[in-house]
Design a protein around this ligand. Structure first.
Ligand SMILES: Nc1ncnc2c1ncn2[C@@H]1O[C@H](COP(=O)(O)OP(=O)(O)O)[C@@H](O)[C@H]1O
Ligand SMILES: [Mg+2]
Length: 262
């Protein structure tokens, strides 16, 4: 059981944005996609969601997503896009309910409220989405996504959360809260693939990394394999050092600032 992308190519307009990308994500893990701005992270995530035309093959738990009915795909994976806009004034609870299967029975209502509580938005149910702060909107959208895959296992098979920069608008406490939600989902058997911007937060939470540059995957594997000074400095074109804390062996990244620039 895994989420696999094999030789994925994507062209947008006249530009080839992804070049034969191979990626495998395992259930029980957080797989983070990192890389500089414009390297193709969001495009890869959109391909994994079957949200953009792609060449190559994507399988979820061994099933080619091209052969799956939309309702089946929706039951297997939920998506948090990098940004979303709404044309109409929806209440927060209406947004969250979009993640639920049809019907409004009591159990589903309970899930919608519990999802909002999990992202720290209990009591926000009847506020208008447009009147929330950017960070609150991001967490409301995450509540919608986690509603959709509330139980990380379905008939013994993993479900998948696909997140594009889920903590980009959040303060540090809410960043940790969201990463803990992702970790909890994985710990209960689901799989998480998330685009991340903050390398230090990524190094704290990810189990596996995919490092992108110019539409290709330049490194993919465990933190030990990917977080080398050479990989990071080449990808980001600045001097970065990956080190481990003496306290718990956790990874952290240090930029090297030249003395001349002070
Ligand atoms: N609709 C589009 N048409 C043409 N080029 C696009 C389009 N969307 C994205 N791109 C280009 O594709 C590249 C990758 O974009 P994206 O996947 O959003 O990068 P990232 O998420 O890593 O910052 C960028 O160079 C971007 O300018
Ligand atoms: Mg992006």
């Amino acid at each position: 059981m895994s989420l696999s992308a094999c030789a994925i190519t994507v062209s947008l307009g006249r530009k080839q944005v992804l070049h034969a990308v191979d990626l495998t994500a395992r259930p029980g893990q957080i797989t983070a996609i990192v890389g500089p701005n414009g390297s193709g992270k969001s495009t890869l995530l959109r391909a994994l969601c079957a949200d953009v035309p792609y060449g190559g093959q994507i399988t979820i738990n061994g099933q080619d997503v091209r052969g799956l009915k939309p309702w089946k795909l929706a039951s297997l994976r939920a998506v948090l896009p990098q940004s979303s806009t709404l044309a109409f004034p929806f209440q927060v609870i209406e947004i969250v309910r979009l993640g639920l299967q049809s019907g409004t029975n009591a159990e589903q209502d309970e899930i919608a409220h519990a999802a909002l509580a999990r992202v720290g938005l209990a009591g926000y149910e009847y506020r208008f989405f447009q009147e929330l702060s950017g960070g609150e909107q991001q967490r409301a959208q995450l509540a919608r996504a986690i509603c959709q895959v509330w139980h990380p296992l379905q008939d013994g098979s993993p479900r998948w959360l696909l997140l594009d920069e889920p903590v980009s608008s959040l303060d540090i406490a809410h960043q940790l809260q969201v990463m803990e939600i992702a970790r909890g989902f994985a710990a209960r058997g689901g799989g998480v693939v998330t685009v991340m911007h903050d390398l230090n937060l990524t190094a704290r939470y990810a189990d596996a990394l995919a490092l992108m540059k110019n539409g290709t995957l330049v490194a993919h594997g465990s933190l030990c394999d990917v977080l080398t000074d050479e990989n990071l400095s080449n990808a980001y074109e600045c001097s970065l050092q990956a080190r481990r804390t003496p306290a718990d062996g956790g990874w952290f990244l240090l930029p090297q600032v030249s003395k001349n620039s002070r």
